[in-house]
Each structure stands twice: as C-alpha cells, then as structure tokens.
Design a protein. Structure first.
Length: 254
C-alpha cells in the first residue's frame, strides 16, 4: 500500500486526548497515469447513506445525511487519485430509495459497492466502527421472467458476499482511527444483499457518543475515515484475480 494517505496519531495534551494529522504526499503523476491505464481497476460505487427527507441519525448537533455525503466526496477524491473510476449514488441532498441505489450499482460491470453510514444508540457510551456484508446475495429482479413462475432464479455460485472486503476495510479503520472494534457482521441488509458486486456497509462511528461526535465533526477525522476505506478497497482489490486482457481472449477464441 503506497504511503500516500493522511497519518493520524492520538496523543495526550494538557491531560486531554486529542489527535494530530500529518498529511503524506499524494500519489505522483506517473503512478496516477499508470493506475488509470490499468484495465483491472474496478469502478467504485459510493453510496452516501440517507438524503433528502431521510435524515438518518441526528445527535450532538450532527446529521447523518450530511456527513455521509461529505465522506462520500472525500472517498471519491482519494480513490480517483489512485486511478479508480467512481460513481456516487447521490451528489446532493436527494432522497433515493434502496432499490434505486442498488439499481444504479447493478448497471455497472466490474465494480465494488460502498454504502457509507454513521451510527446512533440509545446509550451515549456506545462507540466504535463496524462493517457489514451480506449473509447471501439475492438475484436481481431482472432475473425474474416468465420462467420465474416455474423456476426460482438461482444466486450465481460463488457470489462474493463481501466478507473479505469487509474484513479489509474494518482492519484499516481500526488501524487508522484506533476506534473500538465492533467487528464485521453478516446481515440481511438490502444494500449488500441485492448488489451484484462485492458490497459492504460501513458504520463510521456513533453520533450519539459525545467524544466520537466531536471527532466525526472535524474534516481531519473524516479524512482519516476516507483514507481507511480507500486503503481497504485497495487491499481487497489486490486479492482479486486480474481480468484476462482482450488480446488474450481473442487468441483463445481462434
């Protein structure tokens, strides 16, 4: 992993826990060009949770729908600096249903899906980060045709539930934020189950926790969250088989 993301450390100053940001250099032009020319790089679909009339969690003066959009832009910029193509499900304060978000993602071949969220709890002491993946993928509705009246469409064998993807992102979050580890969890969440691509839902901390809320409210900490997520994407991508180049496919067809 290139050392090109913000480094953040927790220190104690005047008896108070705080953090210091030490930005690293951004990727050089040569590495950006090389990455952009790499046909194996997937498109990353970034889904800032909530929006419009769906405000999400609200606590300690923070609103989830605003934070997820801001985090989405930060993740997008950093991914693009590494040569990845990106798509945002929303770019403003717009309401989108879950099927609309998934439908957009499923139109894109060779992609990974990131749904960004923040947490809330009745307990102000609940804290930490967690990453969700699918218990099992669900075939898209387009798979239902007249045959579907007689035969239920099967989930493609070997469909990636996102477990490994979630593991890499969670590990990076823990390393870069030093937040409490709430683990990776398999859940029947619509966003990760109905998306064809490897998909995860990231909870970046609790707005209901006063300490975490103060951190999340700072642009520097959201940069740290973005760097963690992007690092997880890159580490996961390195484990994936590279697609066969078109020239080799043409030779094999002869």
């Amino acid at each position: 992993m290139p050392h090109s993301m913000p480094c953040v450390g927790l220190v104690v100053l005047a008896g108070c826990l705080t953090f210091v940001i030490a930005p690293d250099e951004q990727p050089g032009m040569d590495s950006r060009i090389a990455a952009a020319l790499d046909p194996s790089l997937p498109t990353i679909v970034i889904d800032p949770g909530h929006g419009g009339r769906d405000e999400g969690a609200i606590a300690n003066g923070l609103m989830e729908k605003q934070l997820t959009l801001d985090l989405g832009f930060r993740v997008e910029r950093l991914l693009q600096s590494f040569g990845f193509k990106t798509v945002l499900t929303r770019q403003n304060d717009t309401y989108l249903s879950l099927p609309e978000r998934v439908g957009l993602a499923n139109q894109i071949e060779h992609s990974y899906f990131l749904s960004l969220h923040f947490n809330q709890s009745a307990s102000s002491t609940a804290s930490g980060v967690e990453t969700y993946y699918a218990t099992q993928k669900v075939p898209p509705e387009s798979a239902w045709n007249w045959v579907g009246y007689f035969n239920k469409p099967e989930v493609p064998e070997g469909s990636d539930t996102g477990e490994t993807f979630a593991g890499y992102i969670q590990d990076s979050l823990l390393t870069r934020t030093e937040a409490a580890n709430r683990g990776i969890k398999a859940r029947e969440l619509y966003m990760v189950r109905h998306t064809r691509a490897p998909a995860v839902l990231v909870e970046g901390g609790f707005l209901s926790n006063p300490f975490e809320a103060r951190l999340i409210a700072t642009p520097e900490y959201r940069d740290r969250l973005a760097a963690s997520i992007v690092e997880g994407v890159i580490r996961f991508h390195k484990t994936q088989p590279r697609p066969t180049p078109p020239t080799q496919l043409a030779k094999a067809a002869r």
